[in-house]
Design a binder for this molecule. Structure first.
Ligand SMILES: [Zn+2]
Length: 888
């Protein structure tokens, strides 16, 4: 059996380049400062530290470096008859660094099964009074909605867990929230109990304790309330101190030190060797500040501790200023004014010298309020491209807190800071002076950490992670946004500055794809192909990394053919509700490029809005499809000027994928047409039954549909592996089958490989082999049609020439203004349209037709607006569109 410890040592050496030197591991590469300055113990590595204490100071627990090693305890430590608690023991000893000898017999290893999710885990279970128990899940606890359970139906209220190693009648008793915290403090010589939760006041246990002391005629112990330093822990501490005092107990508090970016509990401090007597003294001081009865009382405690004559501090969610009148104090204590500092320094605890000292300080100082909220700078964030930056701050009052951005400019003067505060939190006033604001902000922002940003939603190639609004997915694991509004992905701290699009992704429940057979029934192979392409868009950046391109998709069909509802359903698979796409012909170019720049690894759907404008006139898209060409390879489609100090132009690379949905195929160059996969939907075969199924699909809640995308991106590794294995095979197959246009062959091979990914890694066990096979056959037909389309005209141009031939064949209409032997065709479009109309032939609007005719192949376009001496109008000159007479 390999101990996790040994695996940790191996990984430290292989992943961070540590070298063994005696009892130490040294020269590991620091993930923060990149210097070879990490060190840790070699026999039992727990906390890894960077040796550049002042310049870096990085400190991380091996649990956070190698989370994978610390998740599956019962798989590593098998339960046997001889060691029934093997995994529980290892969890406590290696996972939490606790000694198990002092608690032996008070816990056991059990099994917990969550029936809803159909998963189970080993647990460490501790016995509680009156036949109850509390247990912690230890195998991949993240899978479960809760990491700990109480015995079903058990009422804990009023009782605590008593540490079995406590002395009989202790003089001081520490009360923590969790059992592990009580165990950690106990190892440092303290007598401890755990109330399991901060909302459980252990009233009955306290009465029982009191009666024991009374029986032995002993003085009651002092209670040390040692709850977590969060809002609930602090609020309950103050409440319980009063309650317990009313029962006759002397009470004080102790608090783990507050750190902005991680909440440390007693167990963490134990592992970081920060529970020495000096440390504990400091934590008691923090507790005294918490339980101080007024701001002035807190200020005096602080002064006695720090001996600083002026400082700002927080008390009860307000910010205060303390100012000592040194002259007045010198009179009180009877020393010269200039000797007060030296005098105070000379006595380590001035209350030993003079019990009246706190009273003197109180009477000789002033405490004023600077702000009726607590202000805290959490981190710094910057948009590298626009060079804009913000301090991300928390503004907290007793009623609640908001986090918000404040610019450096706003922080620099009260006249800007005051209105900003008022606008982020109603009624929060800054009433301090400029100098006080400077001192607070200098203290708060010095060496503030910086959180990395992206300016789009979706996959970041740079960070190898999917970053959405409130969840991120990194290496197959989803992470929720933390309280401070950023994602912690291993050592990486990142957030997106983009607010839209909003994606609602369900990462919690077990995926349910019961909708697939219904979808397949109404959408058939075309549906599978579109879905496979859609799945591919989630990996467009990685796929372009492999093949340099990701195909566009063109979904064509007459009104009512079901394009919109298909698109809307696909969007729902990606967590977007009531959305189909946007109409580029109606958007300004700035808006279009914003749409293009704000997403990564998801489709951008360009749809055709209502073709008829308000006057009932047909309006044709002015959007030039050819400008999208470069997006195929992920290159920028436009440069935009950004307002920053330099003259830089920012050209964001294209990170998404393009879906075009129109009534008619788009008109564009051959280069653009070869980049498209094309499907035409028709109303043919639509039935009432089919309509009901589509309605049913629309009613599936987003929590269910969005599991599609979640499952897909969590399986990133497997999907890309399958993609890489299959795409080359299919590409060769297409070439062998006669699709020799390399780009068309690759486009279709890519989507064929994604059909396999859909089949094997997303709809596994749900989509049948036959369904995957027929979808791939459909793709082959699509590629053949694409090749054929390239050698033909646009359907509307084909239609134009059909009408031309028809009109030309009529007895009294000669449409060609050139003489018959010229081998060229000259058409006067206004006249042509007039005659076509009188003959009942429908044509697209002239402007649109003109655009399309330039690409005519049947009769190759030569020039427009050429003056021609008309053979029809007896040599009168008319303006004509001229084409080469093609062979029939
Ligand atoms: Zn470092």
């Amino acid at each position: 059996m390999t101990r996790i410890n040994d695996k940790v040592v191996d990984r430290l050496i292989s992943d961070y380049g540590f070298k063994v030197s005696g009892d130490w591991l040294r020269e590991g590469r620091c993930p923060d400062c990149s210097k070879k300055s990490l060190f840790t113990h070699s026999t039992t590595p727990r906390v890894v530290k960077c040796g550049r204490l002042n310049k870096c100071g990085m400190e991380v627990h091996v649990k956070d470096l190698f989370t994978d090693l610390f998740t599956d305890w019962s798989a590593t430590y098998k339960q046997t008859d001889i060691s029934p608690n093997a995994a529980a023991d290892a969890y406590l000893a290696e996972g939490r660094g606790l000694s198990i000898n002092s608690v032996k017999g008070s816990y056991s290893q059990e099994q917990y099964t969550n029936r809803e999710l159909g998963i189970s885990s080993a647990t460490v279970r501790f016995q509680l009074p009156n036949g109850g128990w509390w247990e912690r899940i230890i195998d991949k606890a993240d899978r479960f909605p809760r990491k700990a359970n109480l015995k079903y139906g058990y009422d804990l209220k009023g009782y605590w867990w008593w540490h079995p190693a406590n002395t009989q009648l202790p003089t001081e008793l520490w009360i923590t929230e969790g059992i592990f915290d009580a165990m950690a403090l106990n190892e440092h010589g303290l007598d401890t109990v755990s109330s399991i939760s901060c909302s459980n006041f252990p009233e009955h246990s306290l009465y029982e304790l009191k009666s024991q002391y009374n029986k032995e005629k002993r003085t009651l112990p002092t209670l040390v309330w040692a709850y977590d330093p969060d809002k609930a822990g602090k609020d309950y501490t103050k409440k319980y101190v009063k309650l317990a005092e009313s029962m006759g107990f002397d009470c004080v508090a102790a608090q783990p030190p507050y750190e902005k970016h991680r909440q440390l509990d007693w167990n963490d401090l134990h592992e970081m060797s920060r529970l020495t007597p000096e440390h504990i003294e400091h934590y008691r001081y923090l507790g005294d500040l918490l339980t101080a009865t007024s701001a002035t009382a807190a200020a005096v405690i602080m002064y006695m501790h720090t001996k600083r004559t002026s400082f700002y501090f927080e008390y009860n969610y307000r910010t205060w200023w303390f100012e000592l009148d040194t002259k007045a104090l010198s009179t009180c204590i009877g020393v010269d004014k200039h000797q007060v500092g030296a005098y105070m320094e000379s006595v380590s605890d001035s209350t030993d010298v003079d019990e009246q000292m706190p009273e003197f300080v109180k009477s000789c100082s002033t405490v004023t309020e600077l702000c009726n909220a607590k202000l805290e700078a959490l981190y710094f964030q910057r948009n590298e491209i626009t060079d804009e930056s913000w301090y991300f701050m928390r503004v907290a009052t007793a009623k609640g807190a908001v986090t918000t951005t404040i610019t450096g400019d706003q922080l620099s003067s009260p006249s800007k800071f005051k209105p900003r505060l008022l606008s982020v939190y109603a009624g929060v006033f800054w009433t301090g002076a400029a100098g006080q604001l400077d001192i607070i902000m200098r203290h708060q922002t010095e060496a503030l950490k910086e959180v990395k940003t992206t300016d789009f939603i979706g996959y970041s190639k740079e960070f190898g992670a999917y970053i959405f609004n409130d969840i991120a997915v990194h290496k197959g694991k989803s992470v929720s946004i933390n309280e401070q509004d950023y994602f912690k992905l291993g050592r990486l701290e990142v957030k997106s500055l983009a607010n839209s699009p909003m994606m609602q992704l369900n990462t919690k429940d077990k995926p349910n794809f019961d909708w697939w057979p219904k979808f397949n029934k109404v959408r058939g192979d075309y549906g599978t192909v579109v879905m496979a392409w859609w799945l591919g868009t989630y990996f467009a950046e990685q796929i372009r990394g492999i093949d340099r391109s990701f195909p566009f998709f063109e979904l064509v069909g007459q009104a009512g053919a079901g394009k919109s509802r298909l698109l809307e359903f696909l969007w729902r698979l990606s967590g977007r509700e009531d959305y189909e796409g946007f109409d580029p012909s109606k958007a300004t170019s700035v808006a279009i490029y914003r749409e293009f720049a704000q997403v990564s690894n998801m489709p951008i759907a360009l749809i055709e809005g209502d073709r008829n404008d308000e006057d009932g006139k047909k309006s044709y898209s002015k959007f030039e499809w050819d400008q999208l060409k470069d997006a195929f390879n992920g290159r920028s489609i436009r440069s935009r000027g950004v307002k920053n100090n330099g003259n830089d132009t920012y050209s964001p690379p294209f990170r998404a994928a393009i879906m075009i949905s129109q009534n008619e195929p788009i008109q564009a160059s051959e280069a653009m047409l070869t980049r498209l996969l094309h499907i035409r939907l028709t109303r043919e075969g639509q039935t009432l039954e089919g309509k009901y199924i589509v309605d049913e699909l629309d009613r599936i809640p987003l929590e269910v549909t969005s599991q599609f995308m979640v499952k897909a991106i969590r399986n990133e590794e497997a999907i890309l592996q399958t993609y890489k294995e299959k795409v080359r095979t299919y590409e060769a197959f297409y070439h062998a089958a006669g699709i020799t246009h390399t780009r068309i062959a690759l486009n279709h091979a890519q989507v064929a490989a994604m059909v396999d990914c859909l089949h094997l890694h997303v709809l596994d066990g749900i989509m049948t082999d036959e369904q995957a096979k027929t979808a791939k056959s459909t793709l082959i037909k699509m590629s053949e049609q694409r090749v054929a389309r390239l050698s033909n005209d646009h359907p509307l141009v084909e239609q134009f020439w059909e009408i031309y031939e028809y009109l030309d064949s009529l007895a009294d209409c000669n449409m060609n203004h050139y003489a018959a032997d010229k081998k060229k065709i000259a058409i006067n479009l206004p006249a042509f349209y007039k005659i076509a109309q009188s003959e009942g032939q429908r044509l697209p609007e002239q402007t649109e037709m003109k655009r399309l005719l330039k690409s005519s192949r049947k009769h190759k376009f030569v020039d427009s607006n050429v003056p021609v001496s008309s053979a029809v109008y007896k040599s009168k000159t008319v303006k004509c569109w001229v084409f080469e007479q093609g062979a029939d």
